[in-house]
Design a protein around this ligand. Structure first.
Ligand SMILES: [Zn+2]
Length: 327
């Protein structure tokens, strides 16, 4: 049996041909189209799936997408970070390939991939959290994938970390975990952090001159021993992440939390030590183990395919079959 996993990100779309055991046969990474109508994204995906499968039979297609999603319509109604904000996914793809298609949120797909094939295999209380442009999570409690009324039961990136913060998240809220600690927001947060402070630091000099400093640059400076980068990451950012993770543990009582996303995977030791340092100040339950995905970037396609390989009970009502579109 061969499945297709489609990982729809804000910047890239990754598509993989995946075996029933979760192994990757072949894959491709394409850029999100920068302009077009509501069918453009699906058309780009269809073209790539055709090239990748080259006529071989596929047994199902799973899609893990940036959200928020409208699961019942199978569309992305408004993606704040993607170039095309509203696009169809399920219907055009199902019409083209005439197989069962299932859509889920990208982090929801990732936790399902870890549950079926990864380091979370068989662990019935499991959370996956991605640290990249945003902060997203997928949650399994008692073997049950959490979905919610609109598919947002696991949007822990928007839990409030700091009621006094006036830093606004992409969603519009203040003091959110994502707003204070995600890759897209760190450059703004560090500008707030340096107010009324002074450092002997290259990063600090750049910020004072009003220059933009990227998140990657701040982490690089950290390893170079930069005084501001050290203070910001060790004493602020790691506390933010520890508070976020403690909230997740307090809410869901997981046995294991799997971390992914470029920010975490490029700084594994830093995250491990930094979170450990602060976690116990905030956690009320027996703390979960924390580990890092072994799939790297492939977690998106493996997780998406996993949704089709073994459909989670809680998503069953949203599975669409070709026969429904025959009329
Ligand atoms: Zn938010």
């Amino acid at each position: 049996m061969v499945y297709v996993g489609v990982d729809v990100g804000a910047t890239y779309i990754r598509i993989g041909l995946i075996r029933e055991d979760g192994s990757v046969i072949n894959k491709v990474k394409i850029r999100q189209p920068v302009s077009g109508d509501e069918n453009t994204v699906a058309n780009v995906i269809i073209k790539s799936i055709k090239e990748l499968t080259n006529g071989i039979h596929i047994d199902g297609i799973g899609i893990g997408s940036i959200g928020p999603l409208d699961l019942s319509k199978g569309i992305v109604p408004w993606a704040p970070n993607a170039p095309i904000k509203r696009f169809k996914l399920v219907e055009p793809i199902i019409r083209e390939f005439k197989v069962t298609v299932i859509l889920g949120n990208d982090a929801m797909a990732a936790v399902w991939g870890e549950y079926l094939f990864g380091i979370g295999k068989g662990i019935n209380n499991l959370v996956y959290i991605t640290f990249s442009t945003g902060i997203g999570a997928g949650v399994i409690v008692d073997g049950h994938l959490l979905v919610g009324k609109d598919g947002n039961a696991h949007e822990v990136g928007h839990i409030v970390i700091d009621i006094n913060s006036r830093i606004q998240c992409g969603c519009g809220g203040y003091g959110h975990w994502e707003g204070l600690g995600s890759g897209a927001n760190i450059p703004r947060v560090i500008n707030e952090f340096i107010k009324n402070k002074s450092y002997k630091s290259r990063i600090y000099e750049k910020l004072v001159r009003g220059e933009h400093v990227s998140t990657e640059e701040i982490f690089q400076a950290y390893y170079d021993g930069d005084e501001l980068a050290r203070d910001f990451i060790d004493n602020y950012l790691m506390r933010v992440h520890a508070v976020g993770l403690a909230n997740v543990m307090n809410a869901y009582d997981p046995e294991l939390i799997v971390l992914g996303g470029s920010m975490a995977l490029n700084n594994v030791d830093l995250f491990r030590i930094g979170i450990e340092k602060y976690l116990r100040e905030y956690v009320a339950v027996k703390p979960a183990r924390i580990d890092f995905t072994k799939f790297g970037d492939d977690i998106g396609i493996i997780g998406a395919a996993a949704l089709a390989i073994k459909v989670p009970e809680s998503l069953r009502m949203y599975v669409r079959h070709y026969e429904e579109f025959l009329s």
